[in-house]
Design a binder for this molecule. Structure first.
Ligand code: PLP
Length: 405
């Protein structure tokens, strides 16, 4: 048998620096049927509105097949843009002086903004812990990502005034309601402060809002882009991205990006170079679906199920761990972020948990550097309340085994 050496491919410096995603590796281990997975960040598949999407797909193929199957505009199919703009307006956002670009998931919106703004060595300020794929996208663009710690009011944005940065940031990127992974929501006070700071310093703030539609309790806060309308100068320094992934289905791969018009024009040129346009087919389906009036009743069902699941998870965690596990129950979203007060190393706990038949994501996966080891992310969306309770019992058994119990 001949052994050939692996070819020495020369990856770009930034591609070579990307760590493999722990979350993805984990999902593989957690896919076995016996494992109760609180690791994924997926919507509950049994709640997908399959009938609604089927009806929209049939209508598209019967009534407007050419629009669905032909090349389309880089900015997006007019029908979907109009439907998304109407939703944003209903939430208080004005599109005067701004443009909405349909993107292939909000993940692509992050990539577009990175390619539009970032040069080698530029500074991006984001949450710490932060959304892993955003961290990777900005790193791939050559940026240095610097973290803002969070508390019960979300990211401590006031630190922007005092933190030592190697240079003025090009971008502040924040997941505003129910952040991934922390579940924290940025308070109204801090939203205003941040926009005033952005206007004063001429730094773009990008609000990423995939989880706002999953609010089940408490008061909805105005998004940054809507608030920016009332703060002198801020409107020119605020962008927003959101997605249909959590509201309808991630398989559609549909998101959108709203930017001040001059930036939006640049963003469309960048997107054209990336993929010409987002698939016309799913855009036409989504436009029909949004017009069908089925989204709100669907979301009401999803929210009710997620509320029940989150409550079951949090109650089981409190009962099993008491003061050994600290967490704040969020008012929506998909995640509970917790910290072992006894210093349990969650990376070491994970193999024991998998042995017991449950999975979670160790918190250190969400930090670029100097990661604390005592945190974990638990998702409550894909398992039933009974399975969540069983998952917590298995986590507790793993934790007890680790501590010789
Ligand atoms: C904070 C955040 N932003 C963006 C995304 C990407 O979503 P999509 O590309 O499916 O719209 C996710 C997905 O989980 C996310 O958690």
């Amino acid at each position: 048998m001949s052994h050939q050496a692996a070819p020495a491919y020369a990856l770009s410096t930034h591609a070579a620096s990307l760590r493999s995603s722990d979350v993805r590796e984990l999902l593989r281990a957690a896919q076995q049927a016996r494992v109760i997975s609180l690791a994924g960040g997926l919507p509950a598949p049994e709640l997908f509105d399959v009938d609604g999407v089927r009806a929209a797909t049939q209508a598209v193929l019967e009534q407007s097949p050419a629009a669905a199957l032909q090349y389309g505009l880089t900015e997006g199919q007019p029908a979907l843009r109009a439907a998304l703009e109407a939703r944003e307006r209903a939430a208080g956002l004005s599109l005067a002086g701004r443009s909405l670009l349909v993107t292939t998931g909000s993940q692509q919106a992050l990539d577009i903004v990175a390619r539009l703004l970032l040069d080698e060595g530029d500074v991006v300020v984001m949450q710490r812990p932060g959304y892993l794929a955003a961290l990777q996208t900005f790193t791939l663009a050559g940026a240095r990502c610097i973290g803002l710690e969070e508390d019960e009011e979300g990211a401590r944005v006031e630190a922007l005034e005092t933190m030592q940065l190697p240079r003025k940031p090009k971008l502040v990127y924040l997941v505003t309601p129910f952040a991934n992974p922390s579940g924290a929501t940025l308070s109204l006070r801090r939203r205003r402060w941040l926009l005033q700071w952005a206007a004063r310093h001429g730094v773009l703030v990008l609000e990423d809002d995939p989880y706002g539609v999953l609010r089940t309790e408490g008061q909805e806060l105005p998004g940054l882009a809507a608030l920016a309308q009332d703060i002198p100068g801020a409107r020119d320094w605020c962008g927003r991205t959101s997605t249909l992934s959590k509201a309808v289905a991630p398989g559609l791969r549909l998101g959108w990006l709203i930017l001040p018009r001059p930036l939006a024009e640049g963003a469309a040129r960048v997107k054209q170079a990336m993929d010409l346009h987002t698939p016309s087919f799913t855009q036409e389906i989504a436009a029909r679906y949004l017009d069908s009036g089925r989204l709100e009743p669907h979301l009401a069902r999803v929210r009710a199920a997620y509320r029940e699941r989150r409550r079951a998870l949090c109650a089981a965690l409190r009962e099993a761990f008491g003061a050994a596990l600290e967490f704040r129950e969020p008012e929506g979203g998909m995640f509970v972020w917790a910290r072992f007060t006894d210093g349990t190393d969650t990376r070491a706990l994970l193999p024991l948990a998998l042995e017991q038949g449950m999975a979670f994501v160790p918190g250190d996966a969400f930090y670029a550097e100097a990661a604390p080891r005592d945190r974990l992310r638990l998702s409550f969306t894909t398992e039933t309340p009974d399975k969540l309770r069983e998952g917590v019992a298995r986590l507790h058994a793993a934790w007890a085994a680790m501590h010789g119990g």
